[in-house]
Design a binder for this molecule. Structure first.
Ligand SMILES: [Zn+2]
Ligand SMILES: [Zn+2]
Ligand SMILES: [Zn+2]
Ligand SMILES: [Zn+2]
Length: 636
């Protein structure tokens, strides 16, 4: 038995050694092992000619140290130096090294692979994108200007963060009820009705029981945060970071003489406050959130609009609308006293009372907003459809009477009138000037009600058509057919572009997004022309819906545009090119007065220039008498 085992073992050893030996044996193919090449032998010197810089390659012979197989390889004729960096690699581009031949001075470059070195704006302090918790430090991010990515550059320690939050919270606690006359605040619908002497139906719906719900809700948050890094939103990103990285205190300097009165209105500060409140929603950074609350209360406390020429419900309303965003977006950072002070500040300083020597109401529509009308006039502007409405949505949980009264009026009076307008797919107050104030106001109410209740209040197809129609008024050289009280000449067809922006967002309209990116000034400059231009916050929300610009800004716009309903109008053209021939024919079954004109049965013709046009530029409005040509010649 022992012998058999020994024999077997010997056979096994033989077999094994045969296998092992075969691994580099001359009888096996070269593929059986990885060749190990020696250091090689020069069989032909490479060289170059200093006169012509022409290269003659050399040759080197290599032998495998295991099996003896050989191969030859070309060698450089030039003698390269160690090289100098020509450009450094970044996160988004390769660098380059330049080499010179020490014999003939010929040069060559070679790429340096991309590095992980990011580039930041000078003075960028970074933005807290993740606040710290008890067991995890937070993240401070800077956005790389080369690759556009957000890069975590530092930790945020809980101690430092909490200190800043506590300081802000303490500052907010210093406000008193007396600062805002906060002991008297309207809370119920009944109070609204007895103050105004007017009743409206209860609205058919209520805001959802959650915050945020002004302009967006929790389901939009991620997309808004992502839009900040989109390459099309670079201008918005810069503006937003500027606001967030340098929080405003909201304290206004004392009122003084301005071009338009004696006041201290500041649109820029309001845009900054709105951006801070949005940042809190996007990151949970309480430094931004409490900064927004502090700034809004400071603004309300220090605002002093003694006289503002023109329609100063626009300034007062813009303050109220910004307060709506802060109240809603920072709702969980505020206690009952903070909220009551903010509501009181808005009620007493933006809504009630009179400010200028003529004794005009702060809000022309009144407080409660029972004045003016739903067809034309300032009643159709931001004051109700954006400012009162947004504030009513924000404070609904604690002060439900505002929603019940304000939304009640909108659903009862404004929704039916607008659905009548939209049967024509057009708005009746002219194209350039009043689209950007009044149709934008309609769009705000649609946007606000959709985000707050989940349902669009208006006929969507008809409302979507309005923006598409006004681009059919466009003529070559950024002009347009006159319509109602257009400021003439029209040098930039739709100034500001905010109506187009909101419309492309609400109706997911790629053609309107393309028009916005072609025309819209607010899209890249974010001016403080607050009645015309979008704020950076509005831009980011409206761009977060995923609508990309169509490649052609006239995509699926018809050459013959028909608008029925009360308007009865055709705009027919043979092309969108500079040599187009275009006519506008208007039956005009109804006129809505105000900035609409009595121009039923009119026509306009354009070919290379205006061959038959419509006049009626808005100089002085004279609703009461007929002293001025505007009223005399265009309205009757
Ligand atoms: Zn070998
Ligand atoms: Zn050379
Ligand atoms: Zn980078
Ligand atoms: Zn007019």
């Amino acid at each position: 038995m022992k012998r058999i085992l020994t024999l077997s073992f010997a056979v096994l050893c033989l077999l094994l050694s045969a296998v092992l030996l075969a691994s580099c044996g001359p009888t096996k193919g070269p593929s059986e092992h990885e060749h190990v090449w020696d250091e090689g032998k020069v069989i032909k010197e490479g060289t170059c000619d200093p006169a012509t810089k022409a290269e003659t390659k050399g040759e080197k012979l290599y032998t495998c140290t295991i099996c003896g197989e050989t191969k030859t390889e070309e060698t450089d004729g030039h003698v390269w130096d160690d090289g100098q960096p020509l450009s450094q690699p970044t996160c988004s581009a390769e660098g380059q090294t330049i080499y010179f031949c020490t014999r003939c001075r010929k040069g060559k470059t070679e790429p340096i692979p991309k590095s992980d070195t990011h580039v930041y704006r000078a003075g960028d302090k970074g933005r807290i994108v993740t606040p710290p918790t008890a067991d995890k430090p937070g993240e401070l991010e800077k956005i790389c200007t080369a690759c556009g990515k957000g890069i975590v550059v530092d930790e945020v320690t809980i101690g430092d963060y909490n200190r800043q939050v506590r300081t802000l919270r303490n500052e907010i606690n210093q406000f008193t009820n007396a600062d805002f006359n906060a002991n008297s605040v309207v809370r119920t619908r009944q109070e609204m009705i007895s103050l105004s002497g007017r009743t409206f139906n209860m609205p058919p719906t209520t805001p959802t029981a959650q915050h945020p719900r002004v302009l967006f809700n929790a389901s939009n948050r991620e997309a808004i945060a992502a839009e900040l890094y989109d390459s099309r939103s670079k201008a918005a990103q810069l503006e937003f970071l500027k606001y967030v990285n340098n929080p405003t205190t909201g304290k206004l300097s004392p009122a003084g003489t301005r071009d338009d009165g004696f006041h201290n209105f500041d649109a820029d500060v309001l845009n900054r406050i709105q951006a801070l409140a949005l940042d809190y929603q996007l990151t949970g950074n309480e430094i931004s959130g409490y900064s927004a609350v502090r700034a809004m209360l400071n603004y309300l406390k220090t605002m002093d609009f003694q006289t503002i020429t023109g329609d100063y419900e626009r300034q007062n309303g813009f303050v109220m609308y910004t307060a709506a965003c802060v109240y809603d977006w920072c709702h969980d950072l505020m206690n009952d006293a903070d909220r009551q002070r903010m509501v009181a500040g808005v009620q007493h300083k933006c809504c009630e009372g009179k400010t200028n020597p003529q004794g005009t109401d702060r809000m022309e529509i009144g407080f409660p907003p029972s004045g003016q009308h739903s067809i034309a006039g300032h009643g159709c502007e931001y004051q109700l459809l954006r400012d009162y409405l947004s504030f009513a949505i924000a404070i609904y949980d604690e002060y439900p009477g505002w929603w019940e009264y304000i939304a009640g009026r909108i659903y009862q009076e404004f929704v039916p009138t607008r659905n009548e307008y939209y049967k024509a797919g057009m708005y009746p107050q002219g194209v350039s000037v009043y689209i950007r104030i009044r149709f934008t106001s309609d769009l705000f109410s649609a946007w606000l009600l959709k985000a707050a209740t989940g349902r669009m209040p208006y006929d969507e197809e008809g409302m979507k058509q309005v923006a598409r129609t006004y681009y059919c008024y466009e003529l070559p050289d950024k002009e347009g057919f006159a319509s109602g009280d257009n400021g003439a000449p029209v040098d930039d067809f739709i100034v500001g572009g905010r109506a187009t922006m909101i419309s492309s967002y609400l109706f997911n309209d790629a053609t309107m997004r393309a028009q916005l990116e072609y025309f819209g000034q607010s899209y890249s400059s974010f001016t403080t022309a607050f009645t015309f231009s979008a704020s950076v916050t509005e831009y980011l929300i409206c761009s977060s819906g995923g609508t990309k610009a169509a490649s052609d800004r006239h995509e699926d716009l018809p050459l013959i545009q028909y608008n029925g309903g009360w308007l009865g109008q055709i705009i027919a053209r043979n092309s969108w090119n500079a040599d187009q021939a275009t006519v506008l024919m208007k039956i005009g079954e109804r006129t809505m007065a105000n900035h609409d004109h009595a121009d039923a049965g009119s026509f306009q013709i354009y070919y290379k220039t205006t061959l038959a046009g419509d006049t009626g530029s808005y100089d002085t409005y004279d609703a009461a008498g007929n002293k001025f040509p505007h009223f005399k010649y265009y309205h009757q």
